[in-house]
Design a binder for this molecule. Structure first.
Ligand code: FES
Length: 564
């Protein structure tokens, strides 16, 4: 291990290096570690257990398995905690804290003595945060995910968080599921450890990590409770030791080409809209960006191949059994950059030369016979979104793709929750529901873009409407929903100018979203808008002063890019 510095990495600054080394070794021995092991190269294990993170319930056994692999390969494993983000336990929204976790990860990778690291995350924002931190710290790193949940059962129906959570809640709101049944369903949606069971944000990010080359091949989709997940953890530990003698850094893995491959994977999966934000942030840490035009080119060239909820029918356990990311990559092969490398130093082309034993074509379709001929997500532009917006066409209603409708405006989240179910709300199925002040500055960009269908319309059988906002939407959600409008309304974006009764036009064919109001009138209306006040202190102050818009991944301005 010629590149190993082990425990001597980054000695504490006392002005006496020998003393610092002596003191560190002495304290390390107080942990009961033998001299022989203390002389080994060190693999850090960034662990993220939390009593507020159900998706990371298996963290202890994953850390144990990674440690086993590190020890077997001749390294010394040292697990350490970082911030953990449990999606549904954070207020106002987990995205606000993704950058905090990425800073924690980056700084602890730099500050502590380790030669390489295994990062263990899973829940929505944790994998992006870890990849952002690793991309910036640029020490050899292997990403391991906790893996998806397995499904539950309810009256003969398979259930998985969280597409079915939304489906049942919509039925409850429409009155077709009663209180007694919804209470039963509550206990049957999330029945094992692991991340959401569908192709939501966590699963999309796991597939991105594998496509980028930051995770071991074949590991993204292994269910959390499958023994193969522990074998993957053990192998991740071994590979992390191998990286010490032959360092391959995130900067060599996360490149313009591998990022393009990852965008293709999102399209082929019908993946989460959130992944667009996170991938922009991860790429941004290496100074890489893709224009909205390039994202649309990739989308138009890349078919949706995976038939999983929320776009299709299956669950992540089906995707794993069907062949997982490797099977999708093989179908996409003609479109991919094959000279990218992974954490093992193999090119993507070399990986894909290896045969797969079997692919379930009910779940992973062929390029020639896809779920859809074009990708799952597109970027929109127009007078309502000068810097872009995102639309998940794979999860939308084609009959609504070309819509001109009357705006029904909610000024903010409180206004939405107060009025959306008001029986006197002036709304029809052909209207466009508009939510303002839900962007990164105004509200931390919550997953509120999946505006509920007003109860009186839901009860009349309306299943979908055009809904637009500067918010995000859960990767497990579906509908004709325009998201991530930039600039956001609170900092002067034209969304802030929309008034009840204005006409709005959505054209998926033209990739446009327009407010049909003269530009000078929009300018007049925006003149009075002031951004919300900046909190006086703490992380919220830092967040509000430095957070970027969705096309830049909502990273902080001072974290994006490299020092080179
Ligand atoms: Fe953690 Fe869905 S709540 S992945």
């Amino acid at each position: 291990m010629t590149d190993s510095k082990g425990l001597d990495n980054g000695l504490t600054n006392y002005g006496d290096r020998d003393f610092a080394r002596f003191l560190r070794r002495s304290f390390a021995r107080s942990m009961g570690i033998s001299k022989e092991l203390l002389n080994r190269p060190i693999v850090g294990i960034a662990m993220t257990p939390s009593g507020f993170n159900n998706c990371h319930r298996t963290m202890d056994e994953l850390v144990e398995a990674v440690s086993r692999g590190v020890l077997a390969a001749g390294g010394l494993p040292r697990a350490f905690p970082t911030v953990s983000l449990g999606e549904v336990f954070l207020n106002p929204t987990s995205l606000v804290y993704r950058n905090l976790m990425s800073m924690d990860t980056e700084e602890m990778l730099r500050a502590q003595p380790m030669d390489s690291v295994v990062l263990i995350g899973g829940c929505d924002k944790t994998v992006p945060a870890q990849l952002m931190g690793a991309a910036s710290a640029d020490i050899p790193a292997v990403q391991l995910v906790t893996g998806p949940m397995s499904t539950g059962r309810h009256r003969g129906q398979r259930l998985g968080a969280c597409t079915d959570c939304r489906g049942f809640w919509a039925k409850y709101r429409a009155g077709t599921v009663d209180k007694e049944e919804i209470d039963i369903v509550e206990g049957r949606l999330s029945v094992t450890a692991g991340t959401c069971a569908v192709m939501g944000t966590a699963s999309t990010m796991a597939c991105i990590a594998e496509t980028l080359g930051m995770s071991l091949p074949g590991t993204a989709a292994i269910p959390a409770v499958n023994a193969a997940r522990l074998v993957a953890a053990e192998e991740s530990g071994r590979v992390a030791v191998g990286l010490i003698g032959r360092p391959i850094r995130p900067s060599q893995i996360i490149t313009q080409k591998s990022v393009e491959n990852a965008y293709r994977m999102i399209m082929a999966l019908g993946g989460s809209t959130n992944a667009i934000v996170h991938l922009a942030a991860i790429a941004g840490r290496r100074g890489i960006s893709l224009s909205m035009e390039r994202i649309n080119e990739i989308s138009d060239e890349t078919p949706v191949l995976v038939d999983l909820k929320p776009v299709g029918e299956g669950y992540m356990e089906d995707f794993y059994a069907a062949g997982g990311v490797g099977a999708v990559l093989r179908e996409l092969r003609p479109l991919l950059h094959l000279d990218t490398i992974d954490v093992e130093g193999r090119t993507l082309g070399e990986r894909l030369d290896e045969p797969l034993d079997w692919v379930d074509r009910n779940v992973i379709k062929t390029f020639a016979d896809p779920v859809s001929k074009v990708g799952g997500l597109i970027a929109l532009h127009g007078s309502l979104a000068p810097d872009g917006a995102i639309f998940k066409r794979a999860a939308a209603t084609p009959a609504l793709f070309e819509t001109e409708g009357r705006a029904v405006v909610f000024e903010n989240l409180e206004d939405l929750s107060r009025r959306v179910d008001d029986p006197d709300l002036d709304v029809t199925p052909s209207d466009v529901l508009v939510l303002k002040n839900a962007g990164p500055h105004a509200a931390g960009m919550p997953e509120a873009g999946y505006l509920p269908i007003p109860k009186k319309l839901a009860r009349a059988g309306v299943k979908d409407m055009v809904r637009i906002s500067d918010a995000r939407m859960s990767g497990t959600a579906f509908g004709t929903i325009v998201l991530h409008i930039a600039p956001e309304s609170a900092i002067g974006g034209p969304l802030g100018a929309v008034r009840n009764g204005d006409r709005i036009r959505l054209s998926v064919a033209e990739k446009r979203i327009d407010l049909l109001v003269p530009a000078d009138e929009i300018g007049r209306r925006l003149a009075g808008i002031k951004p919300p006040p900046v909190p006086r202190r703490g992380y919220r102050n830092l967040y509000r002063r430095t957070v970027l818009q969705a096309p830049q991944g909502c990273d902080f301005d001072f974290l994006s890019g490299t020092d080179e």
